[in-house]
Ligand binder design. Structure first.
Ligand code: ADP
Length: 242
């Protein structure tokens, strides 16, 4: 699903954010990208989203080399990925429902489909009864679930959560991880970017640690596997179809 082949990213001005990074995230995996501030995590995400291009090496998503991808193909790449940003990026003047519907409208999806799909994704994230509220009438955890609903609306193959614990308390972050796990259990690849060791280690999933732009640890390598699927049995596996 995601391949980094000897990827180096040097920003204009000379900052090297990633150095010769090679890794492979398989379809259906649940992976933590762990690193301190400045380690290169955001750059990693920006390369996957083609917000930035690699200075050298190759980034492949679904077999497509992003450095060769034409500008007009980039929206299609991004539609296949749902991103939950740390600051949620909700539009404050729109209700939760409208925020999610808006993400569909901009891709010219017919209204009828929007009316069916939006309540469905709110149900998936357990927020259907609050979907007509405005972001400022919701808690941080609820706003995050709205952001997740929006990320799910195009039935993506990949969900990326950027610092999911940044703006919510630990209990809620566990709830979020359970939701992400349920999403992963139906085959959607999940990448969680975090600086929190505890969170990353808690779930027994693959953890890729980045320091100073280099992969210094990859739990799947230690375990001698390409991708680890340690079980999540202590958590409820919700039945979801996304
Ligand atoms: P993280 O997300 O782990 O905090 P980043 O990917 O944002 O790390 O940053 C990695 C390194 O690249 C840092 O040294 C940072 O200062 C540098 N960097 C990030 N973005 C830019 C940019 N747009 N221009 C110049 N340097 C940047």
């Amino acid at each position: 699903m995601i391949v980094f082949d000897r990827v180096t990213k040097v920003y204009p001005g000379g900052n090297t954010a990633l150095k010769n990074v090679s890794l492979h995230i398989q379809k259906g995996e649940f992976v933590f990208i762990l690193g301190h501030s400045g380690a290169g995590k955001s750059t990693f995400l920006k390369l996957i989203l083609r917000e930035e291009k690699a200075t050298s090496g190759h980034v492949l998503v679904d077999g497509k080399d992003l450095s060769r991808m034409k500008e007009r193909q980039v929206p299609y790449l991004r539609r296949n990925m749902g991103v939950v940003f740390q600051d949620f990026r909700l539009i404050p003047s729109m209700t939760a429902y409208e925020n999610v519907a808006f993400a569909m409208r901009v891709t010219n999806i017919p209204e009828k489909q929007i009316r069916e799909r939006v309540p469905y994704v709110f149900e998936l994230v357990g927020l259907k009864e609050k979907m007509h509220k405005y972001p400022d009438e919701m808690s941080g955890g609820e706003q995050q679930r709205v952001a997740l609903a929006r990320a799910l609306v195009h039935s993506p193959e990949l969900i990326i959560a950027d610092e999911p614990t940044g703006n919510i308390d630990p209990e809620l972050s566990l709830e979020m991880m359970e939701l992400l796990n349920a999403i992963n259990s139906v085959g959607i690849t999940v990448v969680v970017v975090t600086h929190e060791h505890e969170l990353a280690r808690h779930f027994g999933k693959r953890v890729i640690t980045i320091e100073n732009g280099t992969v210094v640890d990859d739990s799947s390598r230690i375990m001698g596997q390409d991708n680890s699927f340690a079980s999540f049995q202590e958590y409820d596996q919700q039945e979801v179809e996304v």
